[in-house]
Design a protein around this ligand. Structure first.
Ligand code: C5P
Length: 392
């Protein structure tokens, strides 16, 4: 397994999910990683350091003032040596402290002094997760290149159900090889389309749809985590480009098609974009004036980018998405066959558009594989694992 001999610092912060970190520590050690556990003061209110000492086989580090090395520079040595710093669970408070570059305990200081990748697995009550300050902090952490693992949807310790639950330890472990450059798609080129397209009517108006781009961006992040070189051709969205992903911005379906064809060849093409099926035949060069007579627009069909790429002689492994409003399995499977796709991801449009979570079904020659509702990044990671099984 690709975690063998990797030096991982496991940071544990204060939340009830700290108990899951014990299992996570065990799985990391089992996978061959060398684990040093660093606990915050609050984490020690939930789980005793001795638990982690026994599981990791090394003393737990907790204080900036009791550094083990002779020169007292433990925060520098530890972070310099590590391949990965993983904070799980990461509480809402810890995320806020990370955003501000606080360094008032050993774990926050390690995060600031690190040279390696930092991954965090948030865990908190759903209201805390949805709160504006937390969402602002997450956006900043993404922009700072911090890798977010989860959270998942599910039952919470407070008795509520929602988004904010820490990923299961096995899911966290599964995401790590990709972050360490030893992923399932290492050495592969992956081309992805995302977002809506915008088809001009005149210089100020246009036809578009309600795609947010969240799923396509999550797929780009998951492919990058899996070690791929990722190019994301994106229609207009408000989303930040995932760390390490190259983005090409386009507006119309025609521009998207041109950008995709220019970026080929690639090993994999994942068409997540909600491409407008029609465009206005001849967009007006000047703003159309309002009149009482009504307005008729002549629409012509847009090129089907996915079908065109899938029909190329050296076609990449092509994955389509199908958002349906009814009879998902029937419509999705028909679409997969019509476009000659080895893999198609189906979802019910009304359940997914613009949301942070999705319930998906993967359709391939072996049948239908449902993915129960989870946040889009978790779903994207499942999809990447599934498609990687076709490649090698
Ligand atoms: O036929 P339908 O539009 O439902 O197919 C959806 C799939 O085809 C998606 O993967 C979408 O990105 C892709 N598509 C495309 N170009 C189009 C229309 C859809 O690549 N013009």
């Amino acid at each position: 397994m690709s975690l063998a001999n990797k030096k991982i610092i496991l940071g544990v912060t204060g939340g009830i999910a700290a108990y899951k970190a014990a299992e996570l520590c065990r799985l990391l050690v089992k996978a061959g990683a060398e684990v040093r556990v660093v606990m915050t003061a609050a984490a020690q209110q939930f789980v005793a350091p001795l638990t982690f000492q026994a599981l990791s086989g090394k003393p737990v580090l907790a204080s900036l003032w009791e550094a083990a090395s002779g020169d007292g520079m433990e925060h520098i040595h530890l972070s310099r040596d590590a391949d990965l710093l993983l904070v799980a669970p990461a509480s809402a408070d810890f995320l806020a402290r990370l955003v501000h570059g606080r360094a008032d305990d050993l774990l926050s200081t390690l995060c600031l002094a690190r040279t390696c990748t930092l991954a965090v697995a948030p865990a908190m009550n759903r209201e805390m997760w949805a709160a504006a300050p937390t969402q602002r902090n997450l956006a900043q952490l993404r922009a700072d290149g911090v890798q977010l693992l989860g959270p998942a949807v599910g039952e919470q310790a407070c008795g509520e159900t929602g988004l904010g639950r820490m990923l299961e330890p096995a899911e966290v472990v599964a995401a790590l090889p990709g972050l360490l450059g030893a992923g399932l798609l290492a050495g592969k080129r992956v081309l992805i389309t995302a977002g809506p397209t915008f088809e001009a009517i005149d210089p100020v108006r246009g036809l578009t749809n309600r795609s947010s781009g969240k799923m396509g961006y999550a797929v780009a992040q998951a492919a990058r985590e899996a070690g791929a070189e990722v190019c994301l051709v994106s229609g207009p969205t408000c989303l930040a480009v995932p760390a390490g992903v190259r983005r090409i911005d386009v507006q119309s379906a025609a521009e998207m098609r041109d950008a995709v064809l220019r970026e080929l060849p690639s090993d994999v093409f994942i068409a997540v974009a909600a491409v407008a099926d029609y465009r206005v035949d001849a967009a007006a060069p000047q703003k159309i004036k309002k009149s009482d007579a009504g307005l008729t627009l002549n629409l012509v069909a847009n090129p089907d980018i996915l079908a065109e790429v899938a029909a190329l002689p050296n076609a990449p492994f092509c994955v389509g998405f199908a958002a349906e409003t009814e009879r998902l399995a029937e419509h999705a499977e028909a679409k997969r066959r019509r476009k000659h796709l080895p893999l198609l991801v189906g979802n019910l449009a009304q359940d997914t558009l613009g949301q942070d979570t999705a319930e998906l079904v993967l359709f391939d020659d072996r049948g239908a594989h449902p993915l129960p509702r989870a946040d889009k990044l978790t779903q994207a990671r499942h999809l990447i694992r599934h498609l990687a099984s076709f490649l090698n």
